[in-house]
Design a protein around this ligand. Structure first.
Ligand SMILES: Cc1cc2nc3c(=O)[nH]c(=O)nc-3n(C[C@H](O)[C@H](O)[C@H](O)COP(=O)(O)OP(=O)(O)OC[C@H]3O[C@@H](n4cnc5c(N)ncnc54)[C@H](O)[C@@H]3O)c2cc1C
Length: 423
């Protein structure tokens, strides 16, 4: 054991998974990390622990926190910044604000690490917005031989390296596309009739830069959250296809105190204070929850909504909220939006995992035939045999795993079950 390793026991953010790992390494330098990674029989990098399964588990874990500071290297053309991979988006946003720069999008919460989010194809919303991994212009990782691999967009294998599922090595530095900072205003519209959604789905999901629909599968869609850039024209106000603008602040989960939610009611603010639903410094979402999410080709959107609604009576007792979002297509091999624009169904469940898993059998029964790809960081059941054909570069990714990690140090039970098919 290296001198930076400690005996460890821990669980994920939601508390629904206790890691089996008993050793946590906290290297303070790249050289230490190289030594740890090249000698551990089996290990994984732990991000901010916001995934809902054993995806980040192994015999040993390594945290990059002690190798992470908030320093940005801004490229001379100011189009990219390079950061430590363990940085959280909230910290990154603060550093970008000082430079007058912005990312194109954020997830619902700023608490997650950049490397962990990118590894699982974490996304926000917006018909024109790719997931957070699409902002990666270059990265550096330490493979299980201790070698440092650097790759940039356009290089061989780059499209396979980015959404790496933690299986390729320890990502240490990430270069991200940035743009000049912009302001966003957020408005919430309530009680959208389902018929209006079916008829005007494209217009509603394009009503702002980033649009999220929240529903409990009752008589209508409970809320439409529209985040509009103030430098773009045409912000809906007052009414949206029959939904009425809320007169007070809302939380994405109906009935919860909206204090942790980002400001609404049309007040303009910095991109990073409006694009997430939750504010740094507060518990995001509910905290007492499990999440699942399925991304489908957007051409099947109405069929998919109807399929999920058909299970509404089964879903509702376990559901805290369902969020429907859109994601632009990309070319990253293991991205859940690979090759086609996607519509995503996110489900925040109550903490009742056995019942949720029973229901996921039914949900996947209706969504997998429509081409669903489960979010890699959330709870799902589908195995490698079902998922592999949904990824045109699945075989290339497996080959990349074998080339970069021939001794399987970054392998784990999750990877065997859902990607490699060794389970
Ligand atoms: C309240 C809440 C809200 C969420 N909202 C969204 C949302 O809006 N959109 C969305 O798409 N997802 C969302 N998620 C899911 C979340 O974004 C993903 O689970 C993401 O992977 C979490 O990042 P993390 O840093 O916590 O990673 P972890 O859970 O710690 O790890 C995830 C994977 O990344 C790997 N990894 C982490 N760091 C590195 C590294 N440096 N090098 C190599 N591999 C690494 C791990 O080994 C593991 O395989 C949400 C989750 C929560 C709890």
């Amino acid at each position: 054991m290296t001198d930076v390793a400690v005996q460890w026991a821990g669980n994920n953010w939601a508390g629904n998974y206790t890691y089996g790992a008993t050793v946590l390494h906290r290297p303070t330098s790249l050289a230490q990390l190289q030594e740890i990674v090249s000698t551990a029989p089996r290990l994984r990098v732990l991000g901010s622990r916001h995934s809902f399964t054993d995806i980040a588990d192994s015999a040993e874990l390594v945290s990059l926190e002690a190798m992470t500071d908030g320093d940005l290297v801004v490229a001379p053309d100011r189009r990219t910044v390079t950061v430590d991979a363990g940085l959280r988006y909230g910290e990154l946003a603060g550093a970008l604000a000082e430079e007058g720069l912005a990312l194109h999008n954020l997830a619902s919460l700023p608490h997650i690490s950049v490397a962990g989010a990118v590894a699982t194809a974490t996304h926000g919303s917006g018909v024109g917005n790719g997931n957070l991994a699409t902002a990666v212009a270059a990265l550096e990782l330490v493979t299980s031989s201790g070698e440092i691999v650097r790759a940039a967009r356009g290089d061989a294998d780059f499209d396979g390296l980015v959404v790496g599922l933690g299986a390729l090595g320890a990502v240490t530095r990430i270069t991200l596309d940035v743009e000049p900072a912009f302001d966003v205003q957020q408005r919430v519209f309530e009680s959208l009739p389902w018929s209006a959604l079916y008829e005007h789905l494209g217009e509603i999901t394009s009503a702002g830069y980033s649009v999220s629909l929240f529903t409990l599968f009752g008589g209508d869609v409970d809320m439409v959250w529209v985040k509009s850039r103030t430098d773009a024209a045409g912000h809906p106000e007052g009414e949206l296809f029959g939904a009425v603008e809320a007169t007070g602040e809302r939380h994405p989960i109906p009935g919860i105190d909206p204090t942790p939610a980002t400001a609404q009611l049309g007040s303009p603010g910095l991109w990073s204070d409006r694009l997430p639903h939750f504010r740094m410094g507060f518990t995001p979402s509910n905290g007492d929850e499990i999440q699942s999410e399925y991304l489908l080709p957007r051409r099947h959107a109405v069929q998919a909504i109807e399929a999920v609604r058909s299970l509404g009576h089964r879903i509702r007792p376990l559901l805290q909220t369902c969020e429907i979002r859109t994601i632009a297509a990309d070319q990253l091999w293991m991205s859940t939006a690979y090759g086609e624009p996607a519509i995503a169904f996110h489900l925040t469940w109550v903490q009742a995992q056995p019942a949720v898993e029973e229901l996921l059998v039914e949900l996947e029964g209706v969504l997998l035939p429509l081409g669903a790809r489960p979010h890699w960081g959330k709870l799902f059941l589908a195995g490698a045999a079902e998922l592999a054909p949904r990824y045109a570069h699945h075989a290339d990714f497996v080959d990349l795993v074998q080339r970069l990690d021939p001794r399987g140090a970054f392998g784990n039970a999750w990877l065997d079950r859902h990607v490699l098919g060794n389970a």
